[in-house]
Design a protein around this ligand. Structure first.
Ligand code: MG
Length: 323
């Protein structure tokens, strides 16, 4: 009996290590805590890195993909090093109306990312300003996950018709809120006109904050060379950039897939070691939804279940993350 007890103790200990330890050779095992060095996202050792992965769609529109099996599939079959959990802050049943449901969706995704050793963006997926609600939300997130190297905070997905002074004031407020709890995890800062106004940021950047990057979002069929040039100009002025949402079609999420312009963007991001996250794991009848409606909620997405953008995004992520 004593030997059996000992065996049970050993088994339960090894199980807990497997559950809570960082999986060997995973992106987080290899890179640890992220930091910003100059304009470059870097790993714990200060080496430049770029992360490549996929964003889930709005949690309140596609809650069925907010589960650990879907994340595991994206890790195993798509080789993502980062996943973005887009917590909807508009449209029916959003975070403001139903925070409990939002957390029921977000928590399994964040926890699955941690378990699989990948990075995860906790995205306050809003176009409007909700300062008080965002401060409450990120206070909870920083308290729960601030010691976790996996987590990045995206504090305002895409401000639409707000000027940079207003967005900047919001960002400074949120940065202060998060930094009071978590001194170091990466914070992603949005900017006006759906994260395309990096020239405004470059004229008047946030001062005195560490480990922040500014988001740039592009839809390749709409945003062409002018946005790459604008971003290059901002980087040359010292602005760190993270593409937390991008795709190959028009900015509506629909219309034709512009494969050539998507390739131009991929080459441009590779040259600059810019991280990118493709939009989105969802199943609507629109170009940017990667999956067909009959795709399972839990992964096992064979090629016949991926729409053209899903196939292209998966291939692009596999290529970008290959050693
Ligand atoms: Mg921290």
């Amino acid at each position: 009996m004593r030997l059996l007890n000992y065996l049970f103790l050993f088994l339960s200990l090894s199980t807990s290590v497997a559950v809570f330890g960082i999986p060997k050779n995973s992106p987080v095992a290899l890179n640890g805590k992220l930091q910003v060095v100059g304009t470059q996202l870097s790993n714990e050792k200060g080496e430049a890195i770029a992360l490549h992965g996929a964003s889930l769609g709005w949690h309140n529109l596609w809650p069925r993909f907010y589960n650990k099996s879907a994340v595991e599939w994206l890790v195993k079959d798509w080789n993502i090093s980062i996943v973005r959990a887009a917590m909807g802050v508009a449209i029916e049943d959003n975070y403001l109306e139903n925070p409990k449901f939002a957390m029921q969706c977000m928590t399994p995704v964040i926890d699955a990312a941690i378990k699989n050793g990948i990075y995860v963006i906790i995205d306050f997926h809003s176009h409007k300003k909700h300062t008080a609600e965002a401060k409450k939300f990120f206070t909870e997130m920083a308290t729960k996950y601030g010691k976790c190297p996996n987590v990045l905070y995206e504090i305002w997905n895409e401000p639409d018709e707000f000027g940079w002074p207003e967005v900047k004031e919001y960002a400074e407020d949120l940065i202060q809120t998060i930094r009071a709890i978590d001194a170091d995890n990466i914070i992603l800062v949005g900017n006006p006109h759906w994260d395309q106004d990096l020239h405004k940021v470059a004229e008047d950047p946030i001062k005195g904050a560490t480990n922040i990057l500014y988001t740039m979002h592009f839809y390749a069929a709409t945003h062409k060379k002018w946005l790459r040039d604008r971003t290059d100009d901002a980087i040359s002025k010292g602005i760190p950039v993270f593409v937390s949402e991008c795709a190959g079609m028009e900015a509506s999420g629909d219309g034709l897939l512009d494969v050539e312009e998507w390739s131009n963007y991929l080459a441009w991001m590779k040259d600059r070691k810019i991280s990118w996250v493709a939009w989105s794991v969802s199943d609507k009848n629109e170009t940017c939804s990667m999956l067909l409606p009959r795709a399972s909620s839990k992964g096992n997405w064979t090629a016949d279940l991926l729409k053209p953008w899903g196939k292209l995004a998966r291939e692009s992520i596999l290529k970008a993350n290959s050693k």
